[in-house]
Design a protein around this ligand. Structure first.
Ligand code: BG6
Length: 478
């Protein structure tokens, strides 16, 4: 059995992790530009500490704006190297690529309606460059780079005014690219609002009396924005396909003890199903209403907002898949994933960061989501971070990455045989970029090596890893 010729073989990336040029051609600051490289100050910093934004960290970032090192301001300089990078991507043989557009490049002041033509021009150039090589661009409108002005002036996504500001931005982009783009994803990993409130919702942790409540309020506003974006998008071009995107966290009960099984079920509702139930079925399920009540969380949800959510559902589901975890009522060994802490499964191996490797988990989540929602599925991110060694002759022997990809793609094929409707597989990420949570370069996902270290030293040249040749050959036979 082969993949159909329409299957999207591609890659994924984000503006804050690749573009650099953080203050060029009119772009304003984003929440990503204010994350300095904390591991250089303290190697023992945990991921949970790094991902949080506090007032003291923010003050530190603003007061030492030019002294501290902020990796996402540099990215991999894609703003200037996109032509060469897209050429290398085209030679890989892929037919699709997911990029994100930075709101702060398009409407830098966010609330004055002034559109930055240079921002639009940059993305038009990038989109046309992909099209030149017959690579279908897939666009995310917000990938962990909320404009900082939204934080300063409005306090982040918990403020309902942000919904309309986002829609203004979305409208500009939908109109601009109404003939070039088919697939749109309004928000990357929308569940990050709960698990990583700074990048997901623009919340400063110590400004909130009840961070859990503020995160759910922000999430509700994100859901409204998602539905409003769908509505406006379909008016602009009824052929647009709009998808939601979650970070998937499939997990298994540690054993058949009923307490573990029910714990696992509750865990999956809060980590994954809630977001999809709202964006795919248009309802707030009973389990979340009960959870809010039990946890004294009060959210002002208006009838007309529920109507918008219920009337404007997504066309497809996209998700990132990196690892699975287990649930147990007893304490077990844990690992910090990028958004949350997960329990380790003793049957699995792991990468340098302790992220567990579970190819079968991909088949499991694909079947699970297809059975539950019956909507076409797109694997928007799958890949693995490793520390790579560049040899003197500029090679990277990354058999570990080849094994990972091969095993995952085999399970993807199995899920298609199972009857799952999955229409694409996007690698995270064909080209090395700055890590989302730890802001380091040494956590490399790419098939293309970028010669930059954690402090931005290096030639910034690109070198092809063994996995690049393997992937190119592999998909050409599929
Ligand atoms: C996803 C994000 O959560 O995970 C990406 O959408 C991110 O932006 C990826 O890069 C891997 O996480 P990290 O922190 O290892 O880069």
């Amino acid at each position: 059995m082969k993949f159909t010729k329409y299957f999207l073989w591609g890659g994924s990336s984000s503006a804050p992790q690749t573009e650099g040029a953080y203050n060029i051609d009119g772009k304003s600051l984003t929440v990503a530009d204010l994350k300095y490289y904390e591991l250089v100050l303290d190697k023992k910093k945990t991921i949970s500490e790094i991902k949080k934004m506090t007032n003291s960290k923010l003050r530190n970032a603003l007061e030492n704006f030019n002294e501290l090192y902020f990796p996402k301001r540099l990215g991999i300089n894609f703003y200037n190297t996109y032509k060469e990078d897209i050429k290398l991507l085209s030679e890989l043989g892929i037919n699709s690529f997911r990029i994100s557009i930075s709101w702060a490049r398009i409407i830098p002041n966010c609330d004055d309606g002034v559109v930055n033509q240079k921002g639009l021009e940059f993305y038009r150039n990038v989109i046309m460059e992909f099209k030149k090589y017959k690579i279908e661009p897939i666009i995310t409108l917000s990938h962990f780079d909320l404009p900082f002005k939204i934080v300063e002036k409005y306090g982040g996504w918990k403020n309902k005014k942000v919904i309309d500001l986002f829609i203004e931005y979305a409208k500009v982009v939908f109109k601009e690219f109404k003939n070039e783009i088919t697939y749109w994803i309004p928000f990357n990993e929308i569940n990050a609002a709960l698990f990583s409130p700074w990048v997901g919702a623009g919340l400063i942790i110590d400004n909130e009396d009840n961070i859990l409540q503020s995160s759910y309020i922000s999430l509700h506003n994100l859901f409204i924005a998602n539905s409003k974006a769908i509505k406006i998008a379909k008016i602009i071009n009824s052929n647009f396909k709009i998808g939601c995107m979650i970070a998937s966290f499939p997990s298994y009960p540690i054993n058949s003890k009923p307490d573990n099984v029910i714990l696992n079920q509750k865990d999956q509702q809060l980590k994954m199903y809630l977001y999809l139930d709202v964006m795919c079925k248009g309802i707030y399920p009973n389990y979340i209403l009960k959870y809010w009540k039990d946890n004294n969380i009060s959210i002002d949800i208006k009838d007309d907002e529920l109507k918008i959510i219920s009337n404007n559902n997504v066309d497809f589901i996209s998700f990132s898949y990196y690892m699975t975890s287990i649930n147990s009522v007893e304490k077990t060994e844990e690992v910090e994933a990028n958004l949350i802490t997960l329990s380790k499964n003793p049957f699995l191996t792991e990468n340098d960061w302790g992220w567990q490797i579970d190819p079968l988990g991909l088949r499991y989540i694909l079947n699970d989501l297809w059975d539950r929602y019956n909507l076409p599925l797109l694997i928007a991110e799958n890949g693995v971070g490793f520390k790579d060694d560049l040899t003197k002759d500029h090679k990277v022997n990354d058999n570990y990455r080849i094994s990972y990809l091969k095993d995952h793609i085999e399970q993807l094929l199995e899920s298609i045989k199972d009857g799952v409707n999955v229409f694409g597989y996007l690698l995270w990420s064909p080209i090395d970029s700055v890590s989302s949570v730890t802001n380091e370069m040494s956590k490399r996902y790419g098939l293309i090596y970028v010669d930059l270290d954690d402090l931005g030293n290096g030639t910034n040249k690109r070198f092809l890893k063994d996995s690049y040749y393997w992937f190119k050959n592999y998909i050409s036979q599929k």
